[in-house]
Design a binder for this molecule. Structure first.
Ligand code: PMV
Length: 328
């Protein structure tokens, strides 16, 4: 009973920030994202009667069972054990091919990969919707890494109605997400924790008041492949989410000086004719969205910026899948 899954991280164009139900991880609003081809987590899970407790290794580090990371994995395994009527403990080995805790949503790819691998290792054959519901309970944004390509998470009012669906396959629109890594420094407040403060911002109600319109516009611009209007919408959305973070109690500031530098440069480059729009999550790294024909010019400019330590290029990608090659 061993299975391995590879899952992509995803970038939310219309973002999830705030929950209406903590225990079930139900978001206050729906969100729309794209799976990222080069930000991947690979996870192998094996249930075994010989293990006394779950054994979790992430990125080459073994965790003691009550470490925060291992406990969160075990809680997620419990959901699958319960469904499968299984009592065995599991060995979990997981690897990211990109830095974690810097704003690249490694919890999305990690919990999507864990869900798909653990379900298969437990002998469960679950439809995409069930996998998405399960992944959501591990980490909200993980539910969007299950379906393919461009994805919408339907917020839902119950656990059974809060899951993600594919809007379009990856080939629908070959836009690029060029990620500028500005530091490997780990963020101080996880998104899971930060989300708890969202509703304390005096502007949160304003945000919620227009989320349905934003989602509608995002769907339409993706459908029409209207790059300019799409770019303007998603950049404004990212800034709005950070305005909520900055004005919540406690105030959260995820940007570093290098992040601000890149955001300002994106606007400058746009003025000069290189059409690029930014998005930022909980962390300092900046996602730059451009047309495929502009990737080269954009990376050349980024390479000349001293704050940029690494550049990762992504295109729209399929969701989580099982693979044959195991990590142990
Ligand atoms: O799923 P979480 O708890 O890691 O929160 C994700 C939060 C953002 O990345 C900022 C927004 C999003 O929709 O992905």
């Amino acid at each position: 009973m061993k299975a391995t899954s590879v899952a992509p991280s995803n970038l939310a164009f219309i973002k999830y920030w705030g929950r209406k139900d903590e225990a079930l991880r139900l978001p206050t609003n729906g969100s729309i994202s794209m799976n990222l081809s080069n930000l991947l987590t690979t996870t192998t899970v094996q249930f075994s009667a010989e293990l006394a407790q779950d054994a979790v290794a992430i990125n080459g580090q073994d965790f003691v069972p009550d470490a925060i990371e291992a406990a969160r994995v075990s809680r997620h395994l419990d959901r699958l054990r319960e469904l499968a009527g299984l009592r065995q403990s599991a060995r979990v080995v997981s690897e990211n091919n990109f830095p974690s805790s810097t704003g690249l949503s490694s919890s999305a790819s990690s919990f999507a990969a864990l869900t798909v691998a653990a379900a298969a290792a437990a002998g469960l054959e679950l439809p995409e919707k069930e996998l998405s519901i399960l992944a959501r309970q591990g980490s909200g944004s993980a539910c969007r890494s299950i379906p393919d390509g461009f994805v919408e998470w339907l917020d839902g009012d119950t656990s059974d109605t809060s899951f993600a669906v594919s809007l379009y396959p990856p080939q629908h629109w070959p836009i690029a997400d060029v990620v500028a890594i500005v530091s490997r420094e780990k963020k101080l407040v996880s998104s899971s924790k930060g989300q708890l403060a969202a509703a304390s911002s005096p502007f949160f109600a304003v945000r919620l008041g227009h989320m349905a319109d934003k989602l509608k516009l995002a769907r339409a611009f993706i459908q029409q492949r209207d790059f300019t209007r799409f770019g303007e919408l998603i950049e404004a959305e990212a800034v709005e989410m950070h305005a909520i973070m900055l004005t919540s109690t406690p105030s959260l500031m995820y940007w570093l000086p290098g992040s601000v530098k890149i955001m300002r440069l994106a606007r400058q480059w746009r003025g000069e004719g290189l059409e690029v729009y930014f998005s930022v999550n909980t962390g300092q790294d900046v996602h730059l969205i451009c047309r495929p024909e502009d990737v080269e010019a954009l990376t050349a400019r980024l390479r000349a910026v001293p704050d940029v330590t690494d550049i990762l290029i992504n295109t729209p990608a399929p969701g989580a899948r099982l693979v044959e090659e195991h990590l142990f």
